[in-house]
Design a protein around this ligand. Structure first.
Ligand code: PHE
Length: 454
């Protein structure tokens, strides 16, 4: 008997668009390229891909399975599958994580709107890197302007969430994701065909394993979780909207490949262009907001490419914010039986408190630190390096050991109608390999490995 009265995404394409929309975001275009530049190019890529394969793929599949089996939000799904245990707390941690991510994510998303505006009004042209750097720090440290942009971003996100799963999430991502792919492919082609561009590729893909240490490993793992939107209930929530006929393993394969592809493409857009115009690609978060405007100001037709690039960044960010907000809104509306409109409005207002804290981290509150980090850095680091890997670890344990095995198998095999010869391997990975791997990377970073003589 199929008892599915929950709202469903209407097609396979819609599922991939929504899930890839969540996965592809600032993590791919803003963060991945500078991490690659900073941490040894292809060496970092190697570990990143390794983590995507042994952790990203199986965890995403498990999250989809938990959501579709539980037919509920990130907390409700755990409750449904294990009514007596305390595993639903993983979902609560996910909801908190979603809040913290939205806090800093909305700020960077707001910056992209400012930069679309600056590109449209042609403000990069004729400026040197020092001026562009000064402009960025002047803008980002302002107490008002970036906050207003963040507010606008959150209002747009809320408007889409208010339209609901089908008319909001599905329609918007089905339109925005193809747009995103067209833009990034066009830009990739433009970038590598610039005279001197290939030099950038060489820099990028030259493996420097001497840069790899325990904290770089943790960064690569954190980036894999962050980029694939894992360990915090996002794919559980979206999974609950996936039709019972959908082949989860196919969807997960497609989303994982698309996400990694966009990350690599983003680096392929940025580095060759920087080398072609003779700019040392900056290393760090400013890569996209200082180096690129500098590239655009030196590029023929630079204004056009600048507008296109920041639209790309904004679209990527928006489709991720939508998924983050849906985690919280689905949780509150379902668990507390409340209406979508008041919940969405309240969640938006609550997120904005975190946004203001993050935004002020660059100016008025730059000296306010916790564990030596500003609010922005704290929200960023604690989510991708602690909460998400921890959430992922617990999710694998839940799927592998706690949730009824036949229910897991039913989800990945669509009630036995698909051959899943790999089920045994998948089970070994979620029971042992992924959780131990995550634990090792976390402990290694804490320096524990030295004490226990590993
Ligand atoms: N995956 C998104 C990115 O790479 C960020 C994100 C994390 C979105 C968690 C939703 C949930 O930018």
């Amino acid at each position: 008997m199929s008892k599915q009265n929950r709202i469903n995404f209407s097609s396979k394409l819609a599922v991939v668009a929504a899930a890839a929309g969540s996965a592809v975001g600032l993590g791919n275009i803003w963060r991945f390229p500078y991490e690659l530049g900073q941490y040894g190019g292809a060496a970092f890529l190697f570990f990143y891909v390794l983590f995507v394969i042994v952790m990203g793929f199986p965890i995403m599949l498990s999250e989809f399975a938990i959501g579709r089996a539980g037919q509920s939000n990130a907390v409700g799904s755990f409750r449904k599958l294990d009514p007596k245990g305390k595993w639903w707390l993983i979902g609560v941690m996910g909801v908190i994580t979603a809040f913290l991510i939205m806090g800093f994510y909305s700020v960077v998303s707001g910056w992209t709107l400012e930069y679309i505006y600056q590109a449209v009004t042609n403000q990069f042209s004729g400026k040197d890197s020092i001026t562009l750097a000064a402009n960025f720090s002047e803008f980002s440290s302002d107490s008002v302007r970036p906050v207003l942009w963040a507010v606008l971003v959150m209002v747009i996100t809320a408007a889409i969430i208010l339209l609901g799963v089908k008319d909001g999430i599905e329609k918007s991502t089905k339109f925005m994701m193809p747009l995103l792919f067209i833009i990034i492919i066009a830009m990739g082609i433009r970038s590598v065909t610039l005279p001197g561009g290939l030099e950038g590729l060489r820099f990028l893909f030259h493996p420097d394993f001497s840069k790899i240490n325990s904290s770089v490993l943790l960064s690569a793992m954190g980036q894999a979780f962050f980029s694939l939107s894992l360990g915090m209930g996002c794919m559980i929530t979206y999974g609950s909207y996936v039709n019972k006929k959908n082949k989860l393993s196919h969807t997960v394969t497609e989303v994982t490949i698309l996400d990694s592809l966009v990350a690599v493409l983003a680096a392929v857009v940025i580095f060759p262009a920087a080398f072609a115009v003779g700019i040392n690609p900056g290393q760090g978060p400013e890569l996209v907001f200082i180096t690129l405007p500098n590239v655009f100001s030196n590029l023929p037709g630079g204004q056009f490419w600048a507008i296109l690039f920041f639209i790309l960044l904004f679209v990527a960010a928006l489709t991720s914010l939508i998924s983050l907000m849906e985690v919280v809104v689905a949780f509150v509306t379902e668990q507390f039986k409340m209406k979508r409109v008041p919940v969405t409005i309240s969640v938006t207002l609550a997120v904005l408190v975190f946004s203001v804290m993050s935004s002020l981290s660059f100016g008025a509150w730059k000296d306010v630190t916790i564990f030596g980090m500003t609010f922005f850095d704290l929200f960023d680091n604690i989510t991708s390096k602690v909460f998400m890997p921890l959430g992922g670890l617990l999710i694998t344990l839940f799927a592998g050991w706690v949730m009824p095995l036949n229910s897991l198998k039913q989800e990945v095999s669509n009630n036995g109608s698909l051959q899943v010869k790999w089920f045994g391997i998948y089970l070994i990975i979620i029971r042992y390999v992924a959780p131990l791997g995550i634990l090792l990377v976390l402990l290694n970073q804490l320096g524990v490995s030295k004490w226990i003589g590993l």
